[in-house]
Design a protein around this ligand. Structure first.
Ligand SMILES: [Zn+2]
Ligand SMILES: [Zn+2]
Length: 143
């Protein structure tokens, strides 16, 4: 009996999210200092972020899709500071989750509540962007 092994690896490798392909992001993540922290102003949130400019911009614009207000990126601490006391202390804590954005990765230096708030926006924004792209592009190569 001919037993054929039909194990096929999918064309799109699913393990792309695990590594950061952007050296600029990587170097900001490796040496996070006051200089390298940016702030995302989204609705009532002020979220400290670390990453390279390009991917911060991308993150900001994706989150902006998921809000009716505006998403703004600051390279300096905003005048009012960070309102949430837990977020204010978050940059000093060792554990940061790295969020894959495009080929890069950002660290969200917020408390867990606001981290999940902003991630919700990000995921919603990604879906909206995907939807926009697929309706713009009639020739979708991805089934
Ligand atoms: Zn980057
Ligand atoms: Zn917070």
């Amino acid at each position: 009996m001919d037993k054929r092994d039909t194990l096929q690896s999918p064309a799109d490798s699913p393990n792309r999210d695990q590594s950061i392909h952007c050296t600029a992001c990587e170097s900001s993540l490796q040496s996070p200092g006051r200089e390298s922290i940016s702030f995302l102003l989204l609705d009532q949130f002020t979220i400290p972020l670390v990453g390279c400019d390009n991917h911060l911009e991308e993150f900001c614009s994706i989150c902006g899709l998921a809000t009716e207000g505006s998403a703004e990126l600051l390279n300096h601490r905003p005048a009012g500071g960070v309102h949430c006391p837990s977020c204010r202390h978050a940059p000093h804590r060792p554990h940061q989750s790295i969020i894959p954005v495009g080929g890069g990765g950002l660290a969200i230096l917020a408390c867990s509540t606001h981290q999940s708030d902003i991630l919700d926006r990000f995921r919603t924004g990604l879906q909206i962007r995907h939807h926009l792209n697929s309706s713009l592009d009639a020739f979708s190569t991805n089934p």
